[in-house]
Design a binder for this molecule. Structure first.
Ligand code: PMP
Length: 406
């Protein structure tokens, strides 16, 4: 009473002053019935909504939160920098520290530059590749998400054919279609951009096959095109050296954002020596891109991930979640498929073309205190411990029970 307005009251007010109530991917209208839109607090892997309900969070801000909401070391680093200055006439010294840290940590990186959003980073990679090769064509996998500007937006509203004139589509993990696309771009191939694994919305996830990754590297070596790894979503959860490092395939350019600063706004492009000159020549900048607070947060976040081996922790917790969900699926005789790396899980029910089971499962689990997503990959964090996974599995059991009609 007298405190925060309810979720419903905020949504009603927003309808009048915000297009569609909310732009973009965080609009709760895209989620099953009952999901909150507004949040008032977050701590570790827990969220509280405007109506005072609490959840164990398996979306992690859709990626950014990786060591826990309000992580003490990250927030202390951000606060220390904020007390000295953030958006100034040039960067703070922490820029150099962060660039050195990325060059030391990311295997292919000889240099780094920074921006705000993942879209800035993927777009800069494409621009740098075109500048460095003097060519125009970029191969993009059908259905892959690379950002929210005309060359890559999943919506065609406001997009012209010219915005995409030099893109050629291929199918992820399909070397024949990759070769055909490269042939179509012959002589004018600037780059191939790929996500770290196939995580297209609303379908099972797919890891890159080693053959596909190696074939792609060989294609880029043979043609001089840049291999761009869009590591915006997977970066810092699979391997701190870069998400294709376990495959032994190194990109020429990588785009990072999301988890790089545990929720502080920052993106990065890393690249090989060969593209340093092109990265020097392109004009890539923004009013806030040298902001020092997110950079201080990034140094602390990456430091913490290195210190505790964050990917190993998330893998262990992801395996516990996957095994628990599999056991429930068997117990309730409701077959599911779980795909992708365990630290970025996705569970889709068999025979669920309209998402009726998935939506009911998630809506029920939500009421029992676990925030899952039925069709977008989820995210684990270093703040998820065994107790939180087990608690979430109890909520998941309520979800399975509802789908089983018990
Ligand atoms: N690439 C990938 C693979 C992404 O997942 C995203 C964000 N979902 C982006 C690019 C764009 O990042 P941002 O939303 O920060 O612009």
């Amino acid at each position: 009473p007298g405190g925060t307005p309810s979720d419903a009251a905020l949504r009603a007010r927003a309808q009048a002053v915000i297009p569609g109530g909310l732009w973009g991917h965080l609009n709760a209208a895209r989620l099953p019935e009952g999901y909150p839109q507004y949040f008032t607090a977050a701590e570790g892997c827990r969220l509280r909504d405007a109506d005072g309900r609490e959840y164990i969070d398996f979306m992690c801000s859709w990626g950014p939160m990786v060591v826990g909401h309000r992580h003490p070391a990250v927030e202390a680093a951000a606060r220390r920098q904020a007390e000295q200055g953030d958006c100034m006439n040039g960067p703070a010294p922490v820029l150099v520290v962060l660039a050195e840290l990325l060059v030391d940590t990311v295997a292919h990186a000889d240099w780094a530059l920074f921006a705000k959003n993942g879209t800035d980073a993927t777009t800069a990679c494409v621009t740098i590749a075109r500048a460095g090769t003097g060519r125009r064509k970029v191969l993009v996998a059908r259905g892959s998400y690379h950002g929210a500007v005309p060359w890559c937006s999943p919506s065609l509203a406001g997009v012209t054919a010219e915005d995409r004139a030099h893109l050629v589509a291929f199918d992820y993990n399909d070397t024949n279609s990759l070769d055909a696309a490269a042939e179509a771009a012959k002589g004018d191939l600037a780059a191939v951009i790929v996500t770290a694994f196939r995580h297209d919305f609303g379908r099972h996830q797919e890891m890159p096959t080693p053959e596909f990754a190696r074939h792609l590297r060989a294609l880029c070596d043979a043609t001089g095109a840049a291999l761009i790894l869009d590591d915006v979503r997977a970066g810092f959860r699979i391997d701190l050296a870069g998400s294709w490092e376990p495959l032994g395939v190194r990109p020429d350019l990588s785009a990072f954002s999301k988890a790089i600063a545990n929720g502080h706004p920052l993106a990065a492009v890393t690249g090989r020596e060969r593209f340093r000159q092109a990265a020097t020549e392109v004009y890539t900048t923004g009013s806030f891109w040298c902001g020092a607070v997110p950079m201080a947060a990034a140094v602390a976040t990456i430091g913490e991930l290195l210190r505790i081996d964050g990917p190993a922790h998330m893998r262990a917790m992801g395996e516990r979640l996957r095994a628990g969900l599999d056991a429930l699926s068997r117990r309730y005789r409701l077959p599911v498929r779980q795909t992708g790396p365990v630290q970025m899980p996705l569970m889709i029910f068999d025979d669920d073309p309209e998402w009726a089971k998935g939506d009911l499962f998630c809506a029920t689990a939500l009421r029992h205190g676990a925030y899952f997503h039925p069709r977008h990959n989820m995210f684990l964090s270093c703040a998820h411990g065994e107790a939180e996974i087990d608690r979430a599995l109890e909520a998941a059991e309520a979800g399975f029970r509802a789908v089983a009609g018990r």
